[in-house]
Design a binder for this molecule. Structure first.
Ligand code: HEC
Length: 326
C-alpha cells in the first residue's frame, strides 16, 4: 500500500515536471498528438509517454489488462512469439509497448508478474499510470485504431521518424506480423529480409513441434498453431502454460474436452484438477476461447498426434545428439 502511494506521489511529481518542460508539436502525429503524460513500467520506472517511449522510435503498441480471461492473453503470447522472431532488434530499433486499459487494478507489480509469465524480453514495456492519463493515451491511440471496441485485438505500429502508422491483427501469421513490423523501418528492411531468407527463424524452432506432424492440415492443427502454440508446447517443456505432452494419458478425455470448452466454468465449479492447475500457474489463466466440443475433440486428437511425434522425435533426436555420438 505504502509502495502504491509512493508510486502515485511520484506520478504526480512527474506530471508536474512534464507540464513544465512539455514543448510544442513538431510532427503531426507524434509530439503534441501523443500525450507526454507520465506512465510507470512493470519495473516501477517512470517515463514520459511520448518523449521517452515513442519519440524517434518504431513502436508496436498493444492493449492489455492482466485480469482478462478470454482472448487478450493470447495477444501477449503471440507478441512474445513475434519478439522471438525479431530477436535483438527489439530494444534497439523496435520497441513493444503494452498499455493497460485497467490501470487501477494493474499495478506495476501485477504488470511485472504478467510480463514474466510470458517471458517478455528487453525492449518490451508494460505501462500503467494515473487513470486519466492512461485514458488520454488510449483515446489518442484509439483514434488511430478507429473504434476502440477492438482495442484489445489490434496491434498498432508506429514509426515516429516517418510519422507512419499501421495496424495488424495479433492473429495474423506470426512471420507476417514480424515482416510488417520490420517494414515500418524502410532503411533496414532490405537487409533484414536477406537475413530472414538465409537464417532459420526463431519461429521455425518455435513451431517445429507442430511441424512434426507431417500430415499437414490435420483437424485441430490450424487452431492449435493459431491459438494454443503461443502458450503451450508438446514435448518441449513448460511455456506459458503446461507442456501438453501425453495429456490424453494424463487426464480423462472428457475432462480435457470440458476443460478446453470452458476452463473458467470448471474452476468456478471447483473441479480439483482445474483449481490445482490454476494454483500452479498463478499469473496467467488458460483462456476461455469459446471452442465447440468438436474443436476441443479435434484439438485433443491433434495434441495426441503431436505427442506421438514428439516421442518419435526424441528417439531420433537422441540418435543425432552429441551425447550419443559414440
Ligand atoms: C494465454 C495462454 C494460453 C493459451 C492461448 C492456451 N492455454 Fe492452455 N493453459 C494455459 C495455462 C496458464 C494453463 C494452466 C492452468 C490455468 O491457467 O489455470 C493451461 C492449461 C491447459 C491444459 C491443462 C493441462 C494439464 O496439465 O492438465 C490444457 C489441456 C490446455 N491448457 C490446452 C490448451 C489448448 C488446446 C489451447 C488452444 C486451444 C490452449 N490451451 C490455449 C495457458 C494457455
Amino acid at each position: 500500500m505504502l509502495r502504491l502511494r509512493l508510486t502515485f506521489a511520484a506520478l504526480v511529481l512527474a506530471a508536474l515536471l512534464g507540464s513544465i518542460t512539455s514543448s510544442k508539436a513538431q510532427s503531426p502525429w507524434g509530439e503534441g498528438y501523443l500525450p507526454n503524460v507520465p506512465v510507470i513500467s512493470q519495473n516501477g520506472e517512470i517515463f514520459k509517454f511520448y518523449e521517452d517511449l515513442v519519440k524517434e522510435k518504431t513502436v508496436v503498441i498493444s492493449f492489455i489488462f492482466t485480469s482478462c480471461r478470454d482472448i487478450c492473453p493470447i495477444v501477449t503470447a503471440r507478441l512474445a512469439q513475434v519478439q522471438d522472431i525479431l530477436g535483438d532488434k527489439v530494444g534497439r530499433e523496435i520497441f513493444f509497448l503494452s498499455i493497460s486499459v485497467d490501470p487501477v487494478v494493474d499495478t506495476p507489480e501485477k504488470l511485472r508478474d504478467y510480463a514474466s509469465a510470458f517471458g517478455v524480453g528487453r525492449g518490451w514495456t508494460f505501462l500503467t499510470g494515473k487513470p486519466e492519463d492512461m485514458h488520454l493515451i488510449r483515446n489518442k491511440l484509439g483514434e488511430r485504431i478507429r473504434g476502440l471496441s477492438d482495442h484489445s485485438n489490434t496491434l498498432l505500429l508506429y514509426n515516429d521518424r516517418t510519422s507512419e502508422w499501421s495496424k495488424d491483427s495479433p492473429f495474423s501469421d506470426i512471420n507476417s506480423i514480424a515482416i510488417n513490423i520490420k517494414s515500418m523501418n524502410p532503411d533496414s528492411v532490405r537487409v533484414h529480409d536477406e537475413q530472414a531468407r538465409s537464417a532459420p527463424s526463431a519461429s521455425a524452432s518455435l513451431n517445429s513441434v507442430t511441424d512434426l506432424s507431417t500430415a499437414a492440415g490435420l483437424p485441430g492443427q490450424h487452431l492449435f498453431i493459431k491459438t494454443c502454440a503461443a502458450c503451450h508446447t508438446v514435448g518441449r517443456g513448460i511455456k506459458i502454460g503446461p507442456d501438453l505432452l501425453d495429456i490424453s494419458s494424463r487426464r480423462p478425455k472428457d475432462w480435457i474436452v470440458r476443460y478446453l470448452v470452458d476452463p473458467q466454468k470448471m474452476r468456478a465449479e471447483g473441479d480439483p484438477a482445474a483449481l490445482d492447475l490454476a494454483a500452479r500457474y498463478p499469473a496467467v489463466r488458460m483462456p476461455t476461447l469459446s471452442l465447440s466440443e468438436n474443436d476441443a475433440a479435434d484439438l485433443t486428437s491433434y495434441i495426441a498426434a503431436l505427442s506421438y511425434g514428439a516421442r518419435a522425435d526424441q528417439q531420433v533426436g537422441h540418435a543425432h545428439s552429441g551425447h550419443d555420438h559414440h
